[in-house]
Design a protein around this ligand. Structure first.
Ligand SMILES: Cc1cc2nc3c(=O)[nH]c(=O)nc-3n(C[C@H](O)[C@H](O)[C@H](O)COP(=O)(O)OP(=O)(O)OC[C@H]3O[C@@H](n4cnc5c(N)ncnc54)[C@H](O)[C@@H]3O)c2cc1C
Length: 361
């Protein structure tokens, strides 16, 4: 049995069915609406720390390609990314990481301004260069869960029960709020940032924190922009860029520092631009979204692209759960045969297939 219909739960269902299990899959919502549908959909290799984190991301990237082949509606695209430098010191950070031994595994190449404009004509801003990452990819977050479930539906081994909240667990079983007990070899609970019901005590005591992000989406952007864009603020955020050149960077703008903002910009399958993000304490969050960081992110995206952006059509916030003890994610057997898996932070979409594989291993 799998509890939670976000990307972690769904990938455990995919892997479980592939291994020959009969899987019952429940979510408290009629259609999942947690972090997995609110994100960028990035399968992000470029920013991962060297070593274990990169290895897991590369394994996951490989699994994503395989899984997406059986779920055509997922919108998986090996579109690559461009981390864009707007100054000589930012470019030096990119050159430093492109010279490291793991650069070829990530598919890194530094592009000067002329090559960048030739290969990616939609990026017309006044920029110093960019880091191309060929291994980065993307899926459509609003479609991917349904597409994966549709792929499972034909297996004959999969039952999807939305609108059921798990309210009790015991060895090898969980009870939902309709009163039904679901038993099995294994109950995998992927409840995301929720810390309620039978998971409240376990997760409140675990080394986890919640982080809240603000996002927006524009009307379709007419230019042919395939690659995901990231700005220089992302150099401070992703561990891959740590090193002497990063130490030499001038401080971030005051507004980016206050909102712990970085620009990520994905052109969706329908042409809309998903733009974010900010980072704030998720336990302390208000229910509304603030305008100040949006103005900053829109201005940054517009300056990289060198054109005015289409109008904003929607804004939202999302919360993820993140481990705080240096692990890549949190997994613990909270009762015999009942395993809780959460806490991959801002890399859950990326790592979900490999995390599921490790759970079964
Ligand atoms: C704005 C934003 C942008 C992000 N961008 C990226 C990105 O581009 N790339 C990336 O790799 N990661 C990204 N992340 C992180 C990623 O989205 C998360 O790590 C991932 O979605 C977590 O998946 P999950 O399945 O654990 O959680 P969720 O998607 O939150 O799913 C948990 C599910 O459990 C259900 N549930 C909870 N309690 C119960 C219960 N008692 N009974 C039944 N069901 C229950 C909930 O209804 C929910 O559907 C981003 C996150 C956010 C918020």
């Amino acid at each position: 049995m799998v509890v939670g219909g976000g990307i972690l739960g769904t990938m455990h269902a995919v892997d479980g069915v592939a291994r020959g299990y009969d899987v019952v899959h429940v979510d408290r919502d009629r259609e999942p609406r947690g972090a997995s549908v609110r994100n960028f959909g990035l399968i992000w290799v470029s920013g991962r720390a060297p070593g274990a984190e990169l290895a897991l991301a590369l394994r996951s990237r490989e699994l994503w390609e395989k899984v997406a082949a059986g779920a055509p509606g997922s919108g998986f695209r090996a579109n690559g990314s461009l981390t864009i430098a707007r100054s000589r010191p930012e470019l030096e950070v990119l050159e430093e990481v492109a010279a490291r031994p793991d650069a070829s595994e990530r598919g890194f190449a530094v592009l000067g301004p002329d090559a960048l404009r030739r290969l990616h004509p939609a990026v017309r801003g006044d920029v110093a260069g960019a880091l191309w990452c060929a291994r980065d990819a993307v899926v459509e977050p609003r479609r991917v869960l349904g597409a994966l479930r549709a792929g499972l539906a034909g297996s004959g081994s999969y039952t999807w029960l939305p609108g059921r909240t798990v309210v009790e667990v015991r060895a090898h079983a969980a009870r939902d709020d309709a009163g039904a007990w679901h038993g099995g070899d294994l109950v995998v609970c992927c409840v995301g940032a929720a810390q309620s019901g039978p998971f409240a005590h376990e997760l409140a005591a675990a080394p986890l924190r919640r982080v809240r992000l603000q996002m927006l989406e524009t009307a379709p952007f007419a230019e042919p922009l395939d690659a995901t864009l990231a700005d220089g603020d992302s150099l401070r955020y992703y561990p891959a860029f740590a090193g002497p050149a990063l130490e030499r960077l001038a401080p971030q703008s005051e507004i980016a520092a206050r909102w712990r903002a970085q620009l990520l910009c994905v052109r969706r399958a329908d042409g809309a631009l998903t733009i974010g993000d900010t980072h704030a304490d998720g336990d302390d969050a208000t229910f509304d979204v603030d305008d100040e960081p949006y103005a900053h992110l829109l201005a940054t995206a517009s300056s990289l692209l060198g054109v005015a952006l289409p109008p904003v059509e929607r804004r939202w916030a999302g919360v993820y759960s993140q481990v705080t003890d240096g692990r890549l994610y949190y997994r613990r057997e909270m009762a015999p045969g009942v395993v809780v898996v959460t806490g991959p932070g801002g890399r859950g979409m990326t790592l979900a297939p490999a995390i599921a594989e490790e759970t079964f291993a």
